[in-house]
Design a protein around this ligand. Structure first.
Ligand code: NAD
Length: 369
């Protein structure tokens, strides 16, 4: 059906390809599974996106939304275009795309790579349906309030009975100091975690006595780079150094596959909380788990963003979003780690089982699955 993506009993339910050659619109929507509710998933705009990528991402959203316990299924959209085009052209493409999906009511678009809250505003203006909106249109500014970073903190807290690592006094290394990484550092430092290493794309900075989190946040918010930091107490190294730093908790919050066969034997963290999507290869995740490293998988730990989007869609406020994110992530972390322990499986496997069961249960109630 889709080259490179095998459908199965879960989906996809709908595959829609959209072409408007007159304005250069080439796009696709894959609605994977709506048993738990109308699908939510971002619109990715890039020149090289494919239908296969769209289907894979839609499936990932099915599991992520189910694992988060949201009343939403999984879907995704791709628009084949350069996101750096002028805004007038981008608005035309996005608005035309929105009109083309008006009747696909079981797909609720959100932002992803190459699209943002303004794009979501254009969509809601056209069809009255989108999440990740600007605050003036009822949106909850999730990257500003750092809701995904807050979720990571709640995940670490909930895992303490399994990890034996309290936040108070925990030595922390964070790879990537953007919307996810810097807010995680902020929330954890409030509870007396010690940030011993942090990286951005320019390099890693470290100090065994602890880095000044607020000063680093100010530096990044002013557009600065870690390699330019002037502080005699801080050691500097290449960006990868944060991954192998001597710490209790490692939070990868940048790129995929950064924890892999090349560096797994050098990892010193006792616990890894996956802020980024797929930051570790599966083989390395299994190998590290066998060595006793507790890994909270991405789609459980970093679900704060999509939970927040769901609260926004259902008319909730910022405070409600923070509270729901904290409660859901804490509960899911406990459930996943209990299952993993009881069945002697890795947390990722336990999380996948949980998501599959939730979707299967919802499918059994629906008339047509
Ligand atoms: P961002 O662009 O705000 O920040 C990314 C940070 O990573 C920047 O500080 C950048 O300098 C740094 N970086 C890039 N390459 C690096 C490298 N090789 N080594 C070290 N640092 C590097 O992005 P973000 O929103 O914080 O997202 C980070 C990751 O988390 C992505 O994988 C994203 O898909 C995932 N994620 C984000 C959210 C969210 O709410 N923003 C939710 C779920 C998952």
């Amino acid at each position: 059906m889709i080259p490179g993506f095998e459908g199965d009993k879960f989906g996809p339910e709908k595959i829609v390809q959209i072409r408007k050659p007159a304005i250069g619109l080439e796009a696709a929507v894959v609605i994977d599974n709506c048993a738990t509710g109308p699908s939510i998933g971002g619109i990715r705009m890039a020149p090289d996106v494919t239908l296969e990528e769209c289907a894979r991402l839609a499936r990932a959203m099915t599991w992520k939304n189910a694992a988060a316990g949201l009343p939403h299924g999984g879907g995704k959209a791709v628009i084949k275009a350069d996101p750096s085009m002028p805004d007038t052209e981008k608005a035309q493409l996005i608005r035309s795309f929105a009109q083309s999906i008006a009747s696909l009511e079981d797909y609720i678009p959100g932002p992803d790579m190459g699209t943002n809250e303004i794009a979501m505003a254009w969509i809601i203006d056209e069809i009255g349906r989108a999440v990740g909106l600007p605050a003036v249109m009822g949106g909850i500014p999730l990257d500003e309030i750092g809701v995904t970073g807050y979720g990571l903190k709640r995940a670490i807290e909930a895992a303490e009975p399994f990890s034996g690592i309290p936040i108070n006094g925990a030595r922390l290394s964070i790879q990537g100091f953007g919307a996810v990484g810097k807010h995680a550092a902020r929330f954890l430092a409030q509870d007396n975690a010690i940030l011993v290493a942090a990286s951005d794309s320019s390099g890693t900075i470290s100090n065994t006595l602890g880095l000044d989190v607020e000063a680093l946040c100010r530096l990044k918010e002013a557009g600065g780079k870690f390699c330019d930091l002037a502080d005699a107490d801080v050691s500097k190294g290449p960006p990868e150094e944060a991954i192998i730093a001597d710490c209790d908790i490692l939070i990868p919050a940048a790129r995929p596959d950064v924890i892999n066969a090349r560096n797994e034997s050098a990892i010193r963290a006792k616990m890894i909380v996956e802020g980024a999507n797929i930051p570790a290869t599966l083989e390395t995740e299994i190998a590290l788990s066998k060595l006793g490293v507790l890994i909270i998988p991405d789609f459980i730990a970093n679900a704060g963003g999509v939970i927040c989007a769901s609260v926004e869609y259902h008319g909730g406020t910022e405070n409600q979003a923070i509270s729901v994110v904290g409660d859901k992530i804490a509960r899911n972390v406990r459930t996943v780690l209990e299952r993993a322990q009881a069945a002697s499986i890795i947390p990722r496997e336990a999380a996948a089982e949980l998501a599959h069961e939730r979707v299967e249960q919802a499918m059994s109630i629906r008339r047509f699955g």
